[in-house]
Write a protein that binds this ligand. Structure first.
Ligand code: HSE
Length: 444
């Protein structure tokens, strides 16, 4: 079957990510969506750059309206940004009966009501997972995963630029202006960083989450918006001494009298997970009456993380177009006829084939040569040591003890190799108790 035909409006950072990820993962995406997804057209004012990304795989045009007018195009992806021409083009695409995917938080926070109404009248979807917190599927979580709950509040670090600046101010004790310049030099902040540092970008995203959480229209004009430009390094330091971190939070809360919608720097207890979200990362905490508190963490910007969310929307819409109403989302994510047979070319590995690193605690006789013998056996088995700690015998077994514990951290190795080596070590007469082995996962 012919792949779903996508037209990209704008092929900058995110657009090129969408292009690359769709290419790289096309087979998996087809198996999930039930049909291939292909970028057939790209519109960009910089046709040369667009061609350098799209090559001969998509038709490149300078006029976005050519994409919208093309009856072959099923889904239009708007990656232009802002409220101006982007709004017109989204409305025109909807009027032309196209489904739309957009990453444009500003557009939806301000004009969402009008856009969603137009889409409903035309019977098309406007999808926007990428508009809030980039690659984190927070729209899906709020709209679908948490649908049983009365959402009570949502609080998020939803602007990576400001979180990077705040992290640097805290780590290095530097003032805002100094760090902003550094962030611009490193590409973490734009040449004109106003929307980010004044809290506007976060307020756009908080506005969208507020609407989804509480079933109210998007109301950016009612949001309280305060950025980080007036924050002093001194306050970050004092807050730290009191056990808090300062984060720019987008907050929306259900109260008896109404809904709070606000963005401002906030003290957060340092022990909260969200207080430890550093650098350009994003995180959103959602509190629902049934589920309690849940946390979503990941990259809130960048080429491929944002593309990940855009493509998830493309897959959703493709599943809708394919319309098997009972199995819109396949129970095991991939269309059932594309599931691999058990074991076929992607088997679940036996534990002996698992690769991980290890913490070992070995109770040994405190004698000369014991450590050398054990490390020799590890080396002989091809296992590389990351760290070794030898406890004082007195500490381990009390005054005059002749036993001690060797603690060894290894680098990654096959479990089967580790089993063989541990059997040898366990057999040494100087090893006095069963060896404790705990697997170590860096998760980085
Ligand atoms: N400028 C945003 C940020 C990314 O710094 O998080 C896009 O919303």
């Amino acid at each position: 079957m012919k792949p779903i035909q996508v037209g990209l409006l704008g092929i900058g950072t995110v657009g090129s990510g969408v292009f690359n990820v769709l290419q790289r993962n096309q087979e998996e995406i087809r198996r999930r969506a039930g049909r291939g997804i292909e970028i057939a057209m790209v519109a960009d004012l910089d046709a040369e750059r667009a061609r350098s990304i799209a090559g001969d795989k998509a038709r490149v045009v300078g006029d976005a309206r050519e994409v919208i007018a093309n009856p072959e195009i099923d889904i239009v992806v708007e990656l232009i940004g802002g409220y101006g021409i982007a709004k017109q083009l989204v409305l025109e695409a909807v009027a032309a009966g196209k489904h739309v995917v957009t990453a444009n938080k500003a557009l939806l926070a301000v004009h969402g009501t009008e856009i969603f109404k137009a889409a409903a009248e035309k019977g098309v979807v406007v999808a926007y997972e990428a508009a809030v917190a980039g690659g984190i599927p927070i729209i899906k979580a709020l709209r679908e995963g948490l649908a049983a709950n009365q959402i009570q509040w949502v609080a998020g670090i939803i602007n990576g630029t400001t979180n990077f600046i705040l992290s640097e101010m805290r780590d290095k004790g530097l003032d805002f202006d100094v760090v902003l310049k550094e962030a611009q030099r490193l590409g973490y902040a734009e040449a004109d960083p106003t929307f980010d540092i004044e809290g506007v970008d976060a307020a756009h995203k908080a506005t969208i989450m507020s609407a989804i959480a509480f079933g109210i229209p998007v109301q950016f004009d009612k949001a309280y918006v305060e950025g980080i430009t007036k924050l002093a390094a001194t306050d970050i330091r004092y807050a730290e001494q009191l056990g808090y971190r300062i984060k720019l939070l987008g907050i929306t809360k259900r109260m008896d009298k109404g809904v709070e919608l606000r963005v401002h720097p906030s003290l957060v207890p340092a022990k909260r997970l969200i207080a430890n979200v550093e650098g350009a990362m994003n995180a959103v905490v959602v509190h629902g009456d049934a589920v309690g508190t849940t946390l979503y963490y990941g990259k809130g910007a960048g080429s491929e993380p944002t593309a990940s969310a855009v493509i998830a929307d493309l897959v959703d819409i493709t599943r809708l177009i394919e319309a098997d109403p009972t199995h819109r989302v396949p129970p095991l994510a991939f269309q059932s006829h594309t599931l691999r047979e058990a074991g076929q070319d992607l088997p679940v590995l036996p534990m002996a084939e698992v690769v991980t690193s290890y913490y070992l605690r070995i109770r040994v006789a405190d004698e000369a040569g014991v450590l050398a013998r054990i490390t020799g056996i590890l080396a002989g088995g091809g296992i590389s040591i990351d760290a070794v700690l030898q406890r004082e015998a007195d500490e381990v077994g009390g005054e005059g003890s002749t036993q001690t514990d060797l603690i060894i951290l290894t680098h990654d190795t096959r479990e089967g190799d580790m089993d063989a080596v541990l059997a040898q070590i366990q057999g040494l007469p100087t090893v006095l108790a069963p060896i404790t082995r705990i697997r170590k996962e860096e998760l980085n």
